[in-house]
Design a protein around this ligand. Structure first.
Ligand code: GRG
Length: 300
């Protein structure tokens, strides 16, 4: 059984682990083209909660997998996340100057370099899944990992969610449309973070994988609701990114549709549902349970 303070220790260990996994897989700053590689490393290293790698490692722990089998998938999913942050911050999208407490990539470098850094990280993520020696499963599992991350990232997943989001600025979205946007925009990659770990086991157990997928779906939405709540309630320094952007940009969000109390209630219900989906699993899934709580209680 994991102890009550297991999550903070696990988070710290996995954040260090994810940092090292990224560092080892990113081209050196001295490798040509130097400025591009500097930008990729600037954005990917030294910041962020590393929630997606944490979910990959915690799922691996729930399945009894050694963490070193998951370094490649954890790095790949974080590379996609970082690419999405770089592109989201561009003037053509959210036009933000602060990310993870430091200037956004296009401010620290320039717009063209930031676009290319995002592109480079995206391509590298798939290269990692295709070739990384940490992934020791049959080729069909590897292909399933590549498919999983591609679907989560593309126009039917994160990029599609972003397109719906951009179209929705100034529009009055109803709750189902808001939900379907977030299931794609943030939920799909969170789901992939869990699924990639399930695909690192052999043989894959469909019942367990389905339970984990339901868990991931719930926490993905809960994560977004908490993000919306923090956008209303927190401050720029705590968040490390500009607070109040949704309101300023007239973007629909959960507190606007449900009220703050309603949004908090919805996040709690999703947390409960996430826990229900792990009911058949033992203490080895405790970190996943604690991560779900962390997601709805986090302050940044
Ligand atoms: C531009 C291709 C493209 C996609 C953009 C996910 C996304 C789609 C943009 C990210 C922008 C954003 C603020 C989304 C809302 C929720 C979210 C993903 C917040 C940032 O994730 P955290 O809190 O960040 O896990 P850290 O920095 O801790 O990794």
């Amino acid at each position: 059984m994991t102890s009550p303070d297991a999550l903070p220790d696990f988070m710290a260990a996995c954040q260090t682990r994810a940092e090292a996994a990224l560092d080892a897989r990113l081209p050196a700053e001295t490798r040509m083209p130097e400025r591009l590689h500097q930008a990729m490393r600037y954005s990917a290293l030294g910041g962020g909660k590393r929630l997606r790698p944490l979910l990959t490692y915690a799922t691996g722990q729930a399945l009894g997998l050694a963490l070193d089998l998951l370094d490649g998938p954890a790095a790949a999913v974080e590379m996609i996340h970082v690419y999405s942050l770089i592109h989201d911050d561009l003037p053509a999208m959210d036009n933000d100057t602060l990310r993870r407490g430091k200037p956004t990539c296009h401010i620290a470098f320039d717009e063209a370099t930031a676009i290319l850094a995002g592109d480079g990280l995206q391509a590298l993520a798939f290269h990692v899944l295709a070739h990384d020696p940490s992934i020791r499963v049959p080729a069909e599992n590897r292909v399933a990992m590549i498919e999983c991350l591609a679907m989560a990232s593309g126009s039917l997943g994160m990029v599609g969610g972003q397109a719906i989001d951009l179209d929705a600025v100034g529009q009055a979205l109803d709750l189902p449309t808001l939900e379907s946007m977030h299931i794609r925009k943030t939920g799909a990659l969170i789901r992939a973070s869990v699924k990639l770990a399930a695909l690192a086991q052999t043989p894959i157990e469909p019942v367990v994988t389905d339970r984990l997928d339901h868990y991931a779906k719930c926490i993905g939405l809960a994560f977004q609701i908490q993000d919306d709540i923090l956008d209303e309630e927190s401050d720029t320094q705590t968040l490390g990114k500009t607070q109040g952007k949704d309101r300023d940009n007239n973007k629909p969000n959960y507190p606007a549709l449900l009220g703050l109390a309603g949004a908090k209630q919805k996040a709690r219900e999703l947390h409960e549902s996430a826990l229900d989906s792990l009911a058949g699993m033992g203490p080895e899934a405790n970190l996943l349970r604690e991560l779900s709580r962390f997601i709805i209680e986090r302050h940044h």
